[in-house]
Design a protein around this ligand. Structure first.
Ligand code: ADP
Ligand code: GLC
Length: 486
């Protein structure tokens, strides 16, 4: 039997992206098609989503919901891979300029609970037959935005609808979709769902908790993070619930879409290169130095960062180590957007070290590729990291990752310690403790390896030959679905 799965997400590359969730929602479905799963995706009808789909057609009228007016379901195709995408048309909810979650003043929209409840509700409607042409066996919800989908499925089941099992994937436990209890009535869930055994979380409503409670299976995006979120220290208040569900939790490592992230085929970088012929990588470095106003110097060890600027990403720790990079003749380039205090701190570092530190604030897909390709080292010093994708992209481009040993970073990067170099497993630089001494020691290891030209080249080659393709994850998800339907 072909298993039909509906993914429920807020973002999907290349239609809309603010972070790694979009990369996953864009790459996992086509990989799943290749292993024989019949997958479709449902997204909110944000303007860029509507603009990016082909053959948009009406699929169902869903009536009025949550004060959004008449809600329509449309169906389109995402070229070139041809994944079918449903969009929830509720223009009063989704047709807003700028960030999909935040208003012009960078505050969450006041109606975010109803905006994303509608996404979950529509997923449950599709699962119970809203589109006569296709119906999933399983609903697969991603992050808090989709967290109510499993809850609505249970509510429908109680009213006599057939049971449709669901999977909840946690991409980041830090974002939980928490709203005041007084909004519960507006969500049209059965009253008894507002309970510890339900959507209630310390007196409020939590969309993520709803998903974790009502979904049949829980996955997260790396094996280490799957263990971490079951501890009090890293469970963000949900470790108790997660511990009770330990047998339903799997950690499935994200992959890389090598059709987008491959230095041999990337047409936005200055020059293409491969592991067998890596010499043109230096052209990417020169182009990046020029683009960012850094001194043109092939010998300067160039550290790159592409990141959301939030506390999670640990860039405050990196700021404390900037002098250690610059004093050794290194350079730093950062592309990011987010927390104003971090933006200011980074800009100040650039002003203090002209020609050696350069910062670009904003979201720029093309520049992100140029940095991943042109850097010698890509830094991901996160406090916590469910999976992390930039370190995987860096490996593919032979830009050695320098990471904190946490979450998916711990699962994907092997430190250039003497023993790992001897064992021929080293692919980057890993520090254990989130403190200045740790990151500085890793930076020193990077400079030390760079000065040993042959060993550096060997590690770069090994990094580039790692395979983090999506096929393995697609197969693991297929196993989860099979277990659910058995
Ligand atoms: P997270 O999802 O926590 O932000 P990931 O490493 O999983 O972290 O994914 C981040 C994705 O977003 C990567 O594709 C990265 O290149 C991209 N990204 C982050 N910040 C920017 C930015 N300022 N400009 C362009 N791309 C960015
Ligand atoms: C989240 C996490 C990141 C992960 C991404 C995709 O945004 O912060 O670690 O790679 O989701 O799963």
């Amino acid at each position: 039997m072909t298993v039909c799965v509906l993914h429920v997400a807020a973002e999907m590359f290349p239609l809309l992206k603010t972070g790694g969730l979009a990369d996953v929602a864009g790459a996992l479905p086509p990989a799943q098609s290749r292993v024989g799963t019949d997958v479709r995706v449902v997204l909110p009808g944000f303007p860029s989503v509507l603009a990016g789909l082909s053959d948009l057609q009406p699929a169902a009228d869903l009536g009025a919901a949550f004060g959004a007016g008449e809600v329509r379901l449309e169906r389109g195709v995402l070229k070139p891979h041809g994944v079918v995408v449903y969009v929830v048309r509720a223009d009063s909810f989704y047709d807003r300029p700028g960030n999909p979650y935040l208003d012009a003043a960078h505050r969450p929209y006041a109606d975010n609970d109803r905006r994303f409840a509608l996404l979950g509700l529509c997923a449950a409607r599709i699962a119970t037959g809203a589109d006569p042409a296709w119906r999933p066996h399983i609903v697969h919800a991603h992050d808090w935005h989709a967290g109510l989908a499993p809850a609505y499925l249970r509510a429908f089941e109680r009213s006599g609808a057939p049971r449709v099992p669901s999977v909840m994937t946690v991409h980041n436990l830090a974002y939980q979709g928490v709203f005041p209890a007084s909004h519960f009535g507006a969500l049209h869930l059965p009253p008894d769902f507002f309970s510890v055994e339900g959507v209630e979380f310390y007196g409020q409503i939590s969309f993520l908790k709803a998903g974790l409670f009502y979904a049949d299976r829980i996955t997260t995006v790396s094996p280490t993070y799957a263990r971490e979120i079951q501890t009090e220290a890293q469970g963000a208040g949900l470790h108790g619930l997660l511990q009770t569900r330990t047998h339903d939790i799997s950690g499935i490592l994200n992959g890389v879409d090598y059709s987008i992230w491959s230095p041999a085929a990337d047409d936005v970088i200055a020059s293409r290169y491969t592991a067998a012929k890596p010499s043109a990588k230096s052209k990417c470095k020169t182009a990046l130095q020029e683009r960012m106003g850094l001194a043109r110097d092939d010998d300067a060890l160039l550290f790159g960062v592409v990141s959301r600027l939030t506390e999670q990403k640990g860039l405050d720790l990196l700021l404390s180590a900037v002098p250690d990079i610059v004093q050794r003749g290194g350079q730093l380039v950062v592309l990011g957007t987010g927390d104003p205090a971090l933006e200011t701190g980074l800009k100040n570092a650039a002003a203090a070290h002209p020609g050696a530190v350069a910062v670009e604030l904003g979201f720029d897909e093309t520049l992100s590729h140029s940095i991943i390709a042109g850097s010698d080292i890509v830094m991901v010093p996160s406090r916590f990291e469910p999976c992390g994708l930039t370190q995987l992209y860096a490996l593919a481009y032979g830009s050695l990752p320098l990471v904190h040993r946490v979450g998916g970073l711990a699962d994907t990067v092997v430190d250039c310690s003497l023993e790992n170099l001897a064992d021929e497993t080293a692919t980057g630089f890993v520090f254990e403790r989130f403190e200045r001494a740790g990151i500085v020691a890793a930076i020193r290891r990077a400079f030390a390896l760079k000065s040993r030209r042959t060993e550096w080249k060997t590690v770069v080659k090994r990094a580039m030959s790692q395979n983090f393709g999506w096929e393995a994850a697609a197969q693991r998800y297929a196993d989860v679905y099979d277990e659910l339907l058995a």
